[in-house]
Each structure stands twice: as structure tokens, then as C-alpha cells.
Design a protein around this ligand. Structure first.
Ligand code: NDP
Ligand code: OXD
Length: 321
């Protein structure tokens, strides 16, 4: 009996994301299942049981009538959710230690960079200025994490162990040891009022689009030892209003920002964010998806599915994440 075909549809992605590397990986873990990289010709579209995708062309999966599961090759599914013709089969997203660990590295790096005043120290170095200034302890700074899912929760736990005070915000109520948790629109104001460094790890949905705006920044704690609130956004660019970030940096509502994601990617060359002295820009590489780790994860999910066990990390399409 045929094991069914797995199709791959991959647009964009990081430099190590060569589609051929994904094909090789899926062939290595597929146990003989046929793997086809779209738009290559498929002998029998009805034999396609699985799709593994990253930002596929809208409509491309609608041709496969016997599709059983769609695997999103990343954590965020906003691009997939925007396709009204997406087949009505389970969508599984990535939640693996490899990606989670990379995101936690990124969050810790940038929280510490702002906390330890690296922007100011680099600037002093460029002017040969020996100016130690005051350095407060981690316990004097509250990091607020928006999104306490796979990624936010891990970052919260590591930051807490370093000594930061950590608060978090999510849709549903949570209990995380050592982390003061808030939830829902009712909990947002209290969460923001405590936050010195705001880390955004939310998914992009109809509810969260443009949530990082002036009105929200104005509600952040004003008593920060860092001289003002800091924003770190590694969620999605559509969560932020870039004109508000710039005007808030310029009038002191925000002290500094680290941005990994943008409304338009790549960030256009004429964006003033590139040259702002208190903005750190990274090219949407906070947490790369590693083909070795993710192909093994997909193979494991297929084995579960075929053994009649429940798939893990299935997206709730009504919520959009
Ligand atoms: P999860 O789905 O595990 O977690 C999402 C969290 O956001 C949950 O805690 C959820 O609440 C919360 N949330 C969602 N909607 C709302 C809302 N309206 N109000 C309050 N809280 C809300 O996702 P991950 O942690 O795995 O990933 C988060 C995002 O990170 C991805 O969607 C992606 O956009 C981004 N990402 C970016 C990468 C990069 O390289 N820059 C790499 C990987 C991911 P609840 O728990 O109650 O459901
Ligand atoms: C993801 C990403 O969602 O890399 O995994 O942005």
C-alpha cells in the first residue's frame, strides 16, 4: 500500500533554508514516503496525504483532495491563516526545543543588552569615553512578556532565573512559578503598568494586529531604572505600528527598541528605523527553524497520526494561532 506523498511548498525563509535541504531531510526521515517539492509535477495528486509548508502560495494546497495534515515549518501560522482556500484538515505548527531555545537566547540577549546599557557603552567606546555610570541589578527591572505560549513561557522562566522580575500576559489565565500572570483585555493595563522591558511574543491574529501602538506604550511603567520603557518585538511585524514606535522613541515615551520583525520584510532601505540610534534591528532571525530538528518533528507527528494517536500543537483556526 502507498505511504502517500508528502509535498513541500517553501517560499522565503532564512539563508540555511534551501528547499533542496528540506527535500533531503524529509527523504532521510520519511521511511520511503515520496517527497515532492512544489511546483514540481506530481504523478497522482490524490496520493498526497501530507503537506509541509512555509508561506505557500495561497490556493496551492486546494488541489489535494486527500490531504490529511498540513505541517507549518515554523511557529507562526499567520501566513497560512490568511489563505481562505486552505483545506479543512488539521494544521500542526512547530513547537520544538531547538526553536524555543533559540528564541530564549534572543530574548535574553536583548533584555540584557538594554539592561546592561550596551547601546550607551558602545557609543561611549566610539568616542573613547571611559564613563562607567550606574548599573542597577536585574531585580530592579521588570520584564513583561506578551504571549505566554511555547516561546514566552520559556523566556520568562530563564529571565526569572537570571534575577529579573517577570510578569506575563496571555489570552487565558496562567500560573507560572515566580511569574506574575495577567490575562485578557481586563488584565492588560495592570500588566503594562508593571513593565519596564516589554517583550512581545504574540502571534499575529485579528485580535493582536497593531497592538503595539502609542496607546499601549503610554501605559508602560514610567519608573524604569533604564530611563524609560524598552520594546523588544520578535513576534510579527503586523503586531506593531512602526510610525508610533518612532514617534514614541523621539518624545521619550519609549527609551529604546529591539525589532526582529517588520510590517514589510525585508525592512525597506528608506525606513528611519535603520538609522535610529536607539533601535536595534535584526533580520527576522530571532529563532531560525532548523531543517534537521523540524523534519524529525514532522516525521514523529506523522507516525503518531498513523498510529491513531492525537497530533500535537494543532492550530485552532478559529483563534488563528
Ligand atoms: P503559542 O501559540 O504557543 O503562544 C501564543 C501566546 O500568545 C499564548 O500564550 C496565547 O495565550 C497568547 N495570545 C494569543 N492571542 C492573544 C491575545 N489576543 N491576547 C493575549 N494573549 C494572546 O505561540 P509561540 O509561543 O510558539 O510563538 C509565538 C509567536 O512567535 C509566533 O506566532 C510567531 O509569530 C513568533 N515567532 C517569531 C520567530 C522569529 O524568528 N522572530 C520565530 C518563531 C515564532 P493563551 O496561552 O491563553 O492561548
Ligand atoms: C516562525 C518564524 O514563525 O520563524 O517560526 O517566524
Amino acid at each position: 500500500m502507498s505511504k502517500g506523498t508528502l509535498v513541500l511548498s517553501i517560499q522565503g525563509g532564512a539563508d540555511n533554508w534551501s528547499p533542496q535541504r528540506w527535500v533531503a531531510r524529509f527523504n532521510a526521515v520519511g521511511g520511503g514516503r515520496k517527497v515532492v517539492l512544489l511546483p514540481d509535477q506530481i504523478a497522482d495528486p490524490d496520493d498526497v496525504h501530507y503537506a509541509a509548508v512555509w508561506k505557500p502560495q495561497p490556493g496551492v494546497l486546494a488541489a489535494f483532495r486527500n490531504l490529511r495534515v498540513i505541517f507549518n515549518l515554523g511557529a507562526g501560522v499567520d501566513a497560512l491563516m490568511a489563505d481562505p482556500s486552505l483545506p479543512k484538515v488539521p494544521v500542526v505548527r512547530v513547537a520544538v526545543d531547538d526553536l524555543t531555545g533559540r528564541m530564549t537566547e534572543y530574548v535574553v540577549l536583548h533584555v540584557l543588552m538594554h539592561h546592561r546599557q550596551q547601546l550607551e557603552l558602545r557609543d561611549n567606546q566610539s568616542r573613547k569615553l571611559w564613563q562607567p555610570g550606574a548599573q542597577w541589578s536585574a531585580g530592579a527591572v521588570t520584564v513583561g512578556i506578551m504571549g505566554l505560549g511555547t516561546l514566552g513561557r520559556d523566556a520568562a522562566e530563564v529571565l526569572r532565573r537570571i534575577g529579573f522580575r517577570v510578569v506575563g500576559w496571555s489570552n487565558s489565565a496562567k500560573t507560572i512559578e515566580g511569574v506574575e500572570c495577567f490575562s485578557g483585555r481586563d488584565g492588560l493595563a495592570s500588566f503594562l503598568a508593571k513593565t519596564h522591558i516589554l517583550v512581545c511574543l504574540l502571534p499575529l491574529t485579528a485580535d493582536t494586529r497593531h497592538i503595539l501602538n502609542r496607546g499601549l506604550f503610554e501605559r508602560l511603567a514610567r519608573n524604569s531604572p533604564l530611563g524609560g520603557p524598552v520594546l523588544i518585538n520578535a513576534g510579527r511585524g503586523g503586531l506593531q505600528v512602526e510610525a508610533d514606535i518612532l514617534s514614541c522613541l523621539d518624545d521619550g515615551t519609549l527609551r529604546a527598541a529591539t525589532l526582529d520583525v517588520f510590517e514589510i520584510e525585508p525592512l525597506p532601505a528608506d525606513s528611519p528605523l535603520w538609522s535610529h540610534p536607539r533601535v536595534v534591528i535584526t533580520p527576522h532571525n530571532a529563532a531560525d527553524t532548523d531543517p534537521d530538528a523540524i523534519s524529525a518533528y514532522v516525521a514523529e507527528q506523522i507516525a503518531r497520526f498513523e498510529a491513531g494517536e492525537p497530533l500535537q500543537n494543532v492550530v485552532d483556526v478559529t483563534r488563528g494561532y
